[in-house]
Design a protein around this ligand. Sequence first.
Ligand SMILES: [Ca+2]
Ligand SMILES: [Ca+2]
Length: 412
Amino acid sequence: PSIICEYNDTGLHYDRYLREVIDFLEKDQHFREKLHNTDMEDIKEGKLAKELDFVSHHVRTKLDELKRQEVNRLRTLIKAKQDIEGGNDIAVDHQALLKQFEYLNHMNPHTFEVDDLDRLIKSATKDLENYDKERHEEFKKYEMMKEHDRREHLKTLDDEERKKEEEHYEEMKKKHADHPKVNHPGSQNQLKEVWEEADGLDPEDFDPKTFFNLHDANGDGFFDEQELEALFTKELEKIYDPANEEDDMVEMEEERLRMREHVMNEVDSNKDRLVSLDEFLVATKKKEFLEPDSWETLEQNQAYTDEEMREFEEHLAQQEQDLNQKAVDLQKQRDELERQQDQLNAQKIELQQVSRSKPLLENHAAPHDPHNTPQEHHEPQNQNLAQQGLPQVHQDLPPGHHEIPQDQHNLP
Ligand SMILES: [Ca+2]
Ligand SMILES: [Ca+2]
C-alpha cells in the first residue's frame, strides 16, 4: 500500500513524522508481517492500527518519543505563525489550534496510541488524494500570475513597443505548440518508445512484463507515482527544452503530473495509488492500450477561465490596496511619534535652559554668601519654574516616555 511502502517524500508537511513512525513499526517483526499481509481497504478501515497493541515495548517507547517531538514541532509552528501575523498578547488556545492537525491525537500529547496510528493512516491517505488537487491549484495561480505580470508589463510600453511585444508573445506561443506528436501516456506506442530509446531494446521484442520489471526502480513489485512519472520524460522532452525561451519547465512538471494522474486513473483499479504487475498486465490487454486517442497537451487548453483571471486580478488589486492603506497608517503612526518626540525635545530644551539658568539665579539671590542654607536655595528655583509655567515638567517626563511604545503597540 502506497502510504506504507513508499519511501519517497510524500510532500505532506508531516512527511518526516509519517516516515519515522513507519520505519519504527517496520522494525517490529509482528507488525511488519501484518503490514505486508493487510490489504488497503482493511488498512483504511483501521484494522492495521489495532496491531499496534502487539508491538514491542521498545518500539512503543520510541513512538511516544516521536509523537512528543511532533507535537512540539506543531506548537512551534503555531507560535511562529502567530508571531508573523502580529501576535497581540491575547491568550492563545493551543489545544484548539492543535485540533486542526488531525493526523495525531493532541489530547494525549505524550503517548502514541492505536488512535494515533489510525489517524495518521487516514490523514495521509486523504491528504495524498488532495495533494495533486492542490498542485493543480498552485499551477493555475502560477499561470495567472504570469499572465498578470505580462499585462502589467504591456501597460508600461508605448504603442509601438507594445505591438512588438505582443507579436513576440504570439510567436513564442506558436513555437512552443510546434512539437512532434505526443503519444498517449501509458499506451503501447508510448511505452515502446521508452523501451526502444531509453532502454535501447528492440521494439520487436517488446514485452510488458519485462518492461514492468525494468522500470520498477525499487523492485517492490509496484509502479509508484515517481516510477510512473519517470516513464514520461521522453514524451515531455518532445515539448519542452530548458534552453528555449518559449518552454516553461513549471508547465512541463504540470504536464508530467497530468500524465501520471491519467495513467493512474486508468490502470490502478484497486485505487491504492500503486500499479501492481497484475493491474499493468490487464491494462496492456485493453483496446485503448493498442489504439489510443490522441493526447491533448497542456498548452491546448488555458489553465484558467477568463472569470478566474478576472477574480485573481481583483484579488491582487485588493491586496495592493490593503498594502497601501497599511503604508498610509504606518506613515500616520510615524508622524505622530515624531510629533511626540518633538514635544519631548522641546520640553527637554526648556528644562535644560531652566537648569542652566538656575545657578545664575541662585548666584544672584545669594552671591558668595557662605551662610546660605540649602533650604533657602530651593525656594528661588521652584519659584522660577512656576513662573515659567513648567511646574510639572519633571513629573510628566517619565510617563511621557512610556506612552510612546504603548501607542505604537496599539496602532493597527
Ligand atoms: Ca516500485
Ligand atoms: Ca493498484
